[in-house]
Write a new protein. Structure first.
Length: 410
């Protein structure tokens, strides 16, 4: 629950402001003077401090400076509400470190809208960027410019932490972007690979940051069906297939075989087994009260287990894994007609993906792992089909088709 501290020497204003905030289900603390308010800020570390300028014991200017000079309160947002409306007072207040200024008397809706803006700014960034959206094999060319031709790779930023989902050919361009961003600073990241088929690992030998000894990457996936995870990556760079061996990658590489969920500070990464030839898992990344679910290469169990219960219990397990996700990145390669020819290949239809998202009650879904035979014009038609289907079925989540180079904010 978000926490707001309101400091004002007027009991009536404290009551009015507190009641408005409580109506939005935020925890509200109050103080009648600046000294009391400073102690409460240090003890409770609220998300937002609302303060008046003219207060007993400590002026608002001083309180702003005390908060801004305390490293433990660096993330606190400050909203000043005051009857002083001179431009010099407003300018000084903002210069000292306040984030917003509202003149009294203020409208209660405007008051809450301003608080909501500050709470959104105070959230740790959680972003997703697509570097590879194609399935099976890379398909570069003029017909795949809009949605992309590189195979699976998605960049995730949780605060200042870098996570990478899959290492298809898209990871090459991601690597170049990281070098440009970090320049000479070391890069540390975590690469989660859903399974080790070619289209999910074939870009790794071209991941330039892995050749710098100052960088560090942990690679997470399952133990191979017949060999350790590191051996799979080492094998694709064997001299029979590639001119540069894995040993030439001088970055600190740590291969981690998944046995349980992974905790990376505030980030939790859990996984679920998927129905795809060989071993495959999907991931759920939970961070700062938000969640991203990544399901790549999965064929509904109910599709291949004819005559069983409907819906299939294992399909329901997948839906529960994705339940209430802020964003579901879901593989879907086939139309219903295409699936009849490719049943058992381990992929979903577009209807499967839509129904799964509805079962899971997700907020947004991005469909990716586009079939190599589907060009931009075809995928435009698929998006229209999905939107019409959702409207007809009264689905309430939003749906898009992942496009290479685009990003989303959670």
């Amino acid at each position: 629950m978000k926490k707001i501290l309101v400091v004002d020497d007027s009991p009536a204003i404290l009551t009015i402001a507190s009641n408005r905030l409580k109506a939005e289900s935020v925890e509200t603390l109050t103080a009648a003077n600046g000294v009391e308010r400073l102690h409460m800020a240090r003890d409770h570390r609220p998300d937002v401090v609302v303060l008046d300028l003219m207060m007993p014991k400590m002026h608002g200017y001083t309180l702003i400076q005390e908060i801004r000079n305390d490293s433990n309160l660096s993330q606190v947002k400050i909203l000043v509400t005051s009857a002083k409306t001179q431009s010099s007072d407003i300018e000084r207040t903002l210069r000292l470190g306040a984030d917003r200024y509202l003149s009294k008397p203020y409208d209660l809706q405007e008051f809450w809208d301003t608080i909501a803006e500050l709470l959104e700014e105070n959230r740790s960034p959680f972003t997703v960027r697509f570097w590879g959206t194609r399935g099976s094999i890379a398909t570069p060319g003029p017909a795949t410019i809009k949605y992309g031709g590189n195979t699976s790779c998605t960049e995730v930023r949780c605060g200042d932490q870098l996570l990478i989902l899959d290492a298809g050919t898209g990871i090459r361009v991601l690597g170049l972007s990281l070098l440009n961003e970090f320049q000479k600073k070391p890069i540390k990241g975590h690469i989660f690979v859903g399974h080790t088929h070619w289209d999910h690992i074939q870009g790794f030998p071209f991941f330039a940051p892995a050749f710098n000894p100052n960088n560090e990457f942990s690679i997470y996936s399952l133990h191979g069906g017949e060999k350790p995870l590191e051996s799979v990556f080492r094998g694709q760079m064997d001299c029979d297939y590639f001119p540069v061996p894995l040993g030439e990658m001088k970055a600190k590489l740590k291969f981690c075989e998944l046995e349980s969920e992974v905790q990376l500070g505030e980030i939790k990464v859990s996984y679920v087994f998927l129905n795809h030839p060989g071993l495959a898992v999907g991931f759920r990344i939970s961070f700062a009260g938000r969640s991203l679910v990544y399901l790549s290469d999965h064929e509904n169990y109910g599709r291949v287990a004819a005559g069983g219960p409907s819906p299939n219990p294992m399909d329901l397990e997948i839906a529960r894994f994705a339940e209430n996700a802020d964003l579901l990145i879901s593989e879907a390669q086939y139309t219903e007609e295409e699936y009849e020819q490719k049943k058992g290949w381990g992929h979903s239809t577009f209807l499967d993906a839509l129904e799964r998202a509805e079962q899971a009650k997700v907020k947004r879904m991005a469909i990716f792992h586009h079939d190599p035979s589907h060009d931009d014009a075809y995928l435009d038609g698929i998006l229209e089909f999905c939107q019409l289907t959702m409207a007809y079925r009264n689905y309430t989540f939003s749906c898009s088709l992942a496009q290479e180079g685009t990003w989303m904010k959670l």
